[in-house]
Design a protein. Structure first.
Length: 121
């Protein structure tokens, strides 16, 4: 799960940066505000890559997805991009857990076969 989720978060890092470039063109927003908000969100996406295996890491990832969709109120295209990345996040968590379970079953099966082979000799 960690690899799939981290890949999604790295993609989000770049999307947030590009959204910041688009938001800079809004005359109502100061450049400092845009880059403070985008910088914090980009940093959060990078830090979450390392926190995925810790308690609450996936939930913080969901919070980032909600913030990404909500950023559509500033950059309207982010409604679509946020929804796409929220779907990717769901798929990463859902299928990543299935892959982790399959790996655990395979490791247990391999370990069981090794023990059975060692007992026969």
């Amino acid at each position: 799960m960690r690899v799939l989720c981290a890949s999604t978060l790295i993609g989000e890092f770049f999307v947030i940066g590009f959204a910041g470039l688009v938001a800079m063109k809004d005359p109502d927003l100061s450049m400092g505000t845009v880059w403070t908000v985008c910088g914090v969100a980009m940093l959060l996406s990078l830090l979450l890559c390392g926190m995925l295996t810790r308690p609450g890491g996936v939930q913080l990832g969901w919070a980032l997805q909600i913030l990404l969709v909500a950023s559509g109120f500033v950059v309207p295209m982010m409604f679509l991009m946020g929804a796409v990345f929220a779907a990717l996040w769901w798929a990463s968590v859902h299928f990543g857990r299935k892959v982790d379970e399959a790996k655990a079953r395979f490791a247990a099966m391999t370990e069981g076969q090794a023990e059975a082979g060692g007992n026969a000799a």
